[in-house]
Every structure is written in C-alpha cells, then in structure tokens.
Design a protein around this ligand. Structure first.
Ligand code: PLP
Ligand code: COI
Length: 354
C-alpha cells in the first residue's frame, strides 16, 4: 500500500468524560479513508479530520445498498497499554462480506497497519474506566454515480472510532428478548452470514415492535419454519441446558460472531461441552418447564456477554435464572473481559498491543 498521508485536525475536540459514555454517539478527531477504482485498486490511503464527506446523490450505495461494515474494539488495559482483540478476524470477515455483495477485498495487512496507525494517533481517546472501550467501525460503500443495477466500479473504505460505554442501557443487568415468529432477518442463501448494512434495515421493524412491548431486541427464528433459534439483533445467542452450552450452527443465515467463536473456544478450554446445533425454540421453553434451562446469554463485540433474563414467544413469557445473571454467564464475562483488559492470561493469543 502507498504510504498513509496524515492531515491533522487544526483544533482537537474536547473528549467526553468516561462516566458520560454511551454507545456510538461520539467520534474521535480523525478517520482513515481510502478509495478504490477497478483499474487502480485501492489508492490514496489517508488519515484526515473526522467530518462530513461529499458524495453524489446518485452514488450507488444510496440506491442499491452496497454497504458492509465491521465492529471491533480497542481497550486500555490494566498496564495502560492500548490493545485490540482479534482484529485480523474482523478484516477477514470484512472480505467475506465484500465477496458476498460483489465489493472489492481489502489487503488485510494494509488495513491492519492503517488501523494501528489511526489508533496510535487517537490513543488519548481510548477510555480507561471499567466497561468502556474505543469502538472501531470499518466500513465500505459503493460510490459510482450510476442508476443501473450492477456492482459499482468505485468504492470508499473508512475506519471511524467512537469511545463507548455499554451497548444496552441495562449494562450487565439481564435484557428482555422477544422471540420473533412473523418477520425474518435472513434466510439460508441470503446475506445473513455477511455483515451487510441491508440485514440491519431488514431487522428494524420487528425490533421497533418488540421495543414498544418493552423488549430490548428480538431473537430471530429460521426463515423457513420459524422453529429454530438463530441469533439476536446485534449478538449471537447461547443457551445453557442441562450443563451443556448450545448455540445455532453457522449454516448461512447467522453472523459468524467473533465473540461467539471466542466463547466456544473458552468454554471448551474450561472443559464445558459445547454443541453447535439446530435448537428448537420449543426445546428451550420445554427445558424451562422441566428445570433444565440454566442460563441464556448473548455474545457480541458491542454487547460483550449479555445475560438474557426474559424470553417471550407466542404470548408465553419465561424468566430465566430468576431474572438474574447466571454463574456461567458471569464467569464467561469475567474471562473474556479479563483477556481484553489484560487481567487474565491471553491463552489463545487474541490480543495485540498498538
Ligand atoms: N450477530 C449480529 C447480527 C451482529 O450484528 C453481531 C455484531 O457484530 C454479532 C452477531 C456478534 O458478532 P461479533 O461477536 O463478531 O461482534
Ligand atoms: C458489533 O457488535 O460490533 C455490532 O456490529 C453490533 C451493532 C450492529 C452495533
């Protein structure tokens, strides 16, 4: 890749207090940008002041939705170092998403270098209080000014940064989840396993309806039969039933979460039996009935490990673990965040210092 240009912002912004941080409302001083053209490949990598960009109203992203993104975090660890968690896995997933909707791949090593350069410039923006971090949002959009339907020939790739607190206002308190059995988010063969912006647009109506009923997010069921559990709006989901940890398999319609993969590897490392298999929502409710449903939690970069306290499906409402965070969920939260914040051994080599 060409050398990254750096245009410094004249006057730096005032940084928010850690105690005021919520999710995704504040942005740092600078962002990374580069352009793509079918003939030239990626060019003009630059770090510039964060701010509005000018685009043609006919840019293809506005019409046919060629847009993909990633989400990862940088943490200030117990030694004061800035670290990232499994960033290369996010860039590999970005490339799989790109392939799915005919966008160009990035060179993962170059983007890794770009991220580390940007984080080094913005290091003072990484908050240090418990449960805070710097959320990293890489994304790519189609920019050809053209109204015909085909893949664009030009694209822009960005990395923006946002200091964040917990994703859910509940923090680590259990969230209430509504099991959606009318709308679907994705089906096998569709774009569900890619991090495509349109998947999120497809999820909004059901999520709004659930919110109006007092729920934080919806749990999606499979599109064909509305029978098997898939994932939640912004996280994968795990059920602890009779001592075993069960989660949906990666078979096309759910996002292969990096936190999901971390939970599976950590759980197996601890000797826990993990099953990636089709799980009927009926089985979850039956397990609650017979007392074998122990815990339910979601996993995601933004959501971290998020206990689920209530599930409602077809007017049946169940409370899990008396609406309290379970022992396993709590232990997984401590283990994962311990690795990220440097208080636990990083046995799998997931953490990299900036
Ligand atoms: N599922 C969906 C739909 C998501 O948006 C996310 C968040 O990225 C996840 C799952 C969790 O993925 P990860 O653990 O890689 O953040
Ligand atoms: C993440 O966890 O990084 C996500 O992308 C979820 C989100 C859509 C906020």
């Amino acid at each position: 890749m060409e050398k990254i240009k750096f245009i410094k912002r004249d006057e730096l912004k005032t940084k928010p207090k850690d105690s005021e941080l919520v999710f995704g409302t504040q942005f740092t001083d600078h962002m990374f940008v580069m352009d793509y053209d079918r003939n030239r490949g990626w060019y003009d990598p630059r770090i510039v002041p964060y701010g509005p960009i000018e685009m043609s109203p006919s840019s293809m992203v506005f019409h046919y939705g060629q847009a993909i993104f990633e989400g990862l975090k940088a943490y200030r660890n117990s030694k004061g170092d800035i670290v990232t968690f499994r960033a290369m896995d996010n860039f590999k997933r970005l490339n799989r998403s790109a392939e799915r909707i005919c966008m160009p791949k990035v060179d993962t090593n170059s983007v890794w270098e770009a991220l580390n350069t940007l984080l080094d410039i913005e290091r003072d923006w990484v908050p240090s209080s418990k449960d805070t971090s710097l959320y990293i949002r890489p994304f790519m959009i189609a920019t050809d000014p053209f109204l015909g339907v085909r893949p664009s020939d030009t694209y822009k790739f960005f990395i923006i940064l946002s200091p964040v607190g917990p994703y859910y206002p509940e923090g680590l308190d259990p969230v209430k989840i509504y099991v959606e059995d009318t709308y679907v988010r994705a089906q096998k063969g569709g774009t569900g396993e890619a991090k495509v912006a349109g998947n999120y647009a497809a999820s909004l109506l059901a999520a709004e309806k659930a919110k109006a009923r007092g729920y934080s997010q919806v749990l999606w069921l499979d599109a064909a039969e509305h029978t098997f559990v898939e994932e939640v709006g912004a996280m994968n989901i795990f059920f602890k039933i009779d001592g075993k940890l069960i989660t949906a398999p990666l078979d096309g319609s759910i996002l292969p979460g990096i936190t999901r993969d971390s939970v599976i590897k950590l759980a197996k490392h601890m000797g826990c039996v993990v099953e990636e298999r089709d799980l009927k929502i009926e089985e979850v409710f039956a397990a609650n009935e017979d007392g074998s449903l122990e815990e339910v939690f979601g996993s995601g970069t933004a959501a971290v490990i998020s206990p689920v306290g209530v599930l409602e499906w077809k007017d049946k409402k169940i409370e899990i673990n008396n609406g309290e965070i379970g022992e396993f969920t709590s232990m997984m939260y401590d283990t994962l965040t311990g690795i990220q914040y440097g208080t636990r051994e990083d046995v799998f080599g997931w953490v990299h210092k900036v």
